[in-house]
Design a protein around this ligand. Structure first.
Ligand SMILES: [Fe+2]
Ligand SMILES: [Fe+2]
Length: 212
């Protein structure tokens, strides 16, 4: 049985690992399947645009860590708590991959990451307190929105950026699986106004993180 202090230390530890990039990937970074004989170099403007998109995706994964750990903290059953911790581990790969690609593109992580983490953690705790089926429904909706968002980034990435595309494609497949797993575990569809509010919040996050 964890005491409140143990819980606080473990939550702070997860937050620090997420924010400092100290979470190593468990799977290798996805690579483009077609090896170009002479890879097309990105123009300066394209590189900046790709880095900004990757920063947004990295923020999304910072939020995924925070949401899953918040939901694990507030889960009612031990089984679901384990499910969320496990999901956070797999999202840890996404976090590391996007951070690595962001650095390769010469970009830097969002300055507002501590804020995104704190907000998403609080939201995760709220979702968890609403009950396990609602919490799973929250995962279903989040993952569906992330998947749509990744599809739009795949279209917006510069044509020559095969490396970023390989990362986002692998993530998109994982997110689809996370969503269906939450549904299979008994997740309940959230009401339309809640889903709309989540989309609005995500829009604020993505628009801000492109620049900051
Ligand atoms: Fe993810
Ligand atoms: Fe996911």
């Amino acid at each position: 049985m964890q005491t409140l202090v143990d819980q606080l230390i473990s939550d702070a530890d997860n937050a620090l690992r997420t924010l400092t990039g100290a979470l190593p990937a468990r799977r290798p970074t996805p690579q483009p399947s077609t090896v170009e004989e002479e890879p097309l170099a990105l123009l300066e403007g394209e590189r900046r645009h790709a880095a900004a998109l990757m920063r947004v995706d990295h923020v999304g994964e910072v939020c995924a860590q925070a949401l899953y750990h918040g939901q694990a903290r507030a889960a009612q059953s031990d089984r679901l708590r384990a499910h969320f911790r496990d999901a956070a581990l797999e999202e840890g790969d996404h976090l590391a991959w996007t951070r690595e690609r962001l650095a390769e593109l010469g970009g830097r992580p969002s300055l507002l990451n501590p804020l995104w983490y704190a907000g998403a953690f609080a939201l995760g705790v709220l979702a968890g307190r609403a009950g396990d089926r609602v919490s799973l429904g929250f995962v279903m909706e989040t993952e569906a929105q992330v998947e749509q968002h990744l599809k739009s980034h795949l279209e917006r990435l510069p044509k020559a950026d095969h490396a970023s595309r390989a990362v986002l494609e692998a993530m998109s497949e994982d997110e689809a699986r996370h969503g269906s797993r939450a549904r299979a575990e008994g997740g309940r569809e959230l009401p339309a106004p809640v889903r709309a509010a989540m989309r609005a919040a995500a829009r604020v996050m993505t628009a801000t993180a492109y620049w900051l």
